[in-house]
Design a protein. Structure first.
Length: 118
């Protein structure tokens, strides 16, 4: 089993920055992605960013490019999401995800709240 522990959410003013962290523990995989999604009440979970663990290749939807940066620390089994120039519409619960390319298994963290005040 895999455990994903997120941290770093909170309240920030418009234009501010936050860095989210997600530490993975438990079972290991040889080929997987880690990423971030976000969700607001009444809406579907939205893809924010992901990184291929063994190559460091990053992926973003066009709407997230420029303000959000995903990175990883292999030694700590941790993925980060640096969020800059935050806007009120970035307010959401942010979820960490690990997706195995070998088994197809997908794991989720418990979520961390990000609130951007106007």
């Amino acid at each position: 089993q895999v455990q994903l522990l997120e941290s770093g959410g909170g309240l920030v003013q418009t234009g501010g920055s936050l860095r989210l962290s997600c530490a993975a523990s438990g079972r290991t995989f040889s080929n997987f992605y880690m990423g971030w999604f976000r969700q607001t009440p009444g809406k579907e979970r939205e893809f924010v960013a992901k990184i291929r663990w063994n190559t460091g290749t990053t992926y973003y939807p066009d709407s997230m490019k420029g303000r959000f940066t995903i990175s990883r620390d292999n030694a700590k089994n941790t993925v980060y999401l640096q969020m800059n120039s935050l806007k009120p519409e970035d307010t959401a619960v942010y979820y960490c995800n690990l997706n195995s390319q070998v088994t197809g298994a997908s794991y989720w963290g418990q979520g961390t709240q990000v609130t951007v005040s106007s």
